[in-house]
Design a protein around this ligand. Structure first.
Ligand code: ATR
Length: 286
């Protein structure tokens, strides 16, 4: 059901120009005939606290949070959901019963995309290998634990970061999951037993250094996913495709993470459909 009250939401960040969130949400507003708008707000770190005090007065039902504000936003919300607590970062803010709530839908987005592209992925994944140990990796470790994946290995250039990520999830949440840390140099050995490989580093992104990896060590039924979505097919995914491995690209995560926020602000659970996908791909290729 839609109503005629004009509703507003936005994405905040610094910088913010690059954000594709307005394209996604305004597509859905139009598709579902909802009266409202979704905009970009350039908020500097020094203005973030003030923004939290004033967004509702400015007529916003809520907002998305992007770099570099996700961790501070977690501190500023009055009530955080379990995923935001586990990850220590908030990317979606809404008001419920007069209280500012914060959630982390990046984890949902990553998993929902995997579910959509390869519905059988969990059944064939005993060992997941995550490259990188930053905020995105933290969320995916949490998501894999929630889905009951038995073994997770975090591989990172800076081993200490992988170690502390593995330790953070060693108990009691992860009773049935073993989370290990490994140095980057061990990647080839680790890949031999991987069922699912995820890149959460910025390597391979347009303008970043390439991700140098040899996928020949992976078994033939392994899944390779990348959270980088620009380019749409990263070198990692291209190599995986040429090795006849199953691949999951990063754009779907971006689209799916937007679903829960839209529902909170605008009251309709939107669908990630083919037209939305095509529209964002066209924008990325521009
Ligand atoms: P996010 O929050 O998006 O995950 P982040 O916290 O900046 O981003 O983490 C980026 C990840 O990419 C880190 O694991 C980083 O490795 P380090 O912990 O060693 O810094 C990884 N990364 C970035 N550039 C890299 C490079 N050139 N080689 C290897 N890993 C890299």
């Amino acid at each position: 059901m839609t109503d005629s009250i004009y509703k507003k939401a936005c994405v905040i960040g610094d910088p913010i120009k690059h954000s594709r969130s307005p394209l996604i949400h305004n597509y859905w507003l139009q598709k579902y005939g909802i009266s409202g708008e979704y905009s970009k707000e350039h908020i500097l770190p020094s203005n973030l606290k003030q923004w939290f005090l004033q967004f509702a007065e400015q007529g916003y039902a809520g907002f998305n949070v992007t770099l570099p504000h996700k961790e501070i936003a977690y501190q500023l919300v009055e009530c955080a959901d379990d995923t935001a607590k586990a990850v220590g970062a908030v990317n979606t803010v809404w008001i419920e019963n007069g209280i500012i709530h914060g959630g982390n839908t990046d984890v949902y987005g990553y998993l929902a995309n995997l579910d959509a592209v390869l519905p059988h992925w969990e059944k064939q994944t005993s060992h997941a290998v995550i490259m990188g140990a930053g905020g995105a990796a933290r969320g995916i470790v949490y998501g894999f634990i929630k889905r009951g994946i038995k073994k997770i290995t975090v591989v990172n250039r800076t081993l200490e970061k992988a170690d502390s990520l593995a330790k953070a999830f060693s108990s009691p949440l992860s009773q049935s999951t073993k989370v290990n840390a490994s140095p980057w140099d061990d990647l080839n050995v680790i890949l031999a037993s991987a069922d699912l490989l995820v890149n959460t580093t910025s390597l391979g992104m347009t303008g970043s250094a390439p991700l140098e990896i040899d996928l020949k060590c992976l078994h033939s039924a392994a899944i390779v996913s990348d959270i980088v979505y620009s380019p749409l097919e990263t070198d990692l995914l291209r190599q995986a495709r040429l090795c006849n491995l199953q691949t999951v690209s990063g754009l779907g995560m971006l689209l799916h993470q937007a679903v829960p926020g839209f529902e909170k602000w605008f009251g309709v659970r939107p669908e990630v459909d083919a037209d939305l996908y095509t529209m964002i791909v066209a924008d990325l290729n521009r």
